[in-house]
Design a protein around this ligand. Sequence first.
Ligand code: SD4
Length: 328
Amino acid sequence: MTTRRKFIQGSALLSVLTLSGVSKWGKALTLAGQAGLPVRKPVVLSTWDHGLAANEAAWKILAANGKALDAVEKGVMVTEADIRNLSVGLSALPDRDGIVTLDASIMDEKGRCGAVACLERIKHPIAVARMVMEKTPHVLMVGSGAQKFALDNGFPLESEKLSPEAEKQYKAWLKTSQYKPIINIENHDTIGMIALDADGNLSGSCTTSGLAYKMHGRVGDSPIIGAGMYVDNEVGAACATGLGETVLRICGSYLVVELMRQGLSPMEACRKAVERLMAKNPDYKDVQVGFLALNKKGEHGAYSLQKGFSYALADATGNKMFDAKSKL
Ligand code: SD4
């Protein structure tokens, strides 16, 4: 986790780099912030270790003055396409019936949003979510209707076969068929991504296969606007990872953004949301949840319930992993 001191030092360094034109990562810092404060942009954040590769793709767009919306879509598509990934995209672990069902959501600076849930055999649910946002009067499409919408719009129907690793793990799981999430090693780490672009606009995305061995038809927090991800361009953006049921109960990402609206720093907002989650979920000791937040000034924060929540941050200084502070 970046300390405030390190952050300030980093910002100062950035100004020097930018002024002297040696910033390897492109355009860094604009002194056009609210109330005369420097805005640290562009910047992109995403959950867990797979966030590094996703940020890399998002950063290419942001560094070229691209839109945050494009960055958060293209960024998480890297994770969706990674066939080694067991928690995002079609290579992921299936539900208890052996079927991979995918959830995704996206939201832009205008407050437009789109989402899909329980989508089968489509490689890029995030792109379908964006199409729901841009081409329909709806926000959320699910199951066979969402799949038909994707096919009608030119997305190919992929094989229903599990990836070799997912098949191996599913067969092993079938021997006991016991569902018992294990903190941080549940193999179901969602990618949530939030970004601020060079124009000072925010967007967010979230995509996942949800919980491994969930009941068929179960939908988590990730495709629910305000739970798994939320953006308010006046204030900030937030996303969540972890046991979706606990996040749904507190509209977690919306709560983080509203706490930032009340003046809390991104990290304080994430911490307070974790505390609310603990208050509303008495079984929290066996659960992991992490929040990421980014405000309009480009300040970021993260906080998790248990230790072990990592996230990736890319800005003009590079693309690096951090460990979030945690409650327990
Ligand atoms: C879900 N929140 O479906 C997702 C899973 C997750 O890290 O984030 N895992 O509940």
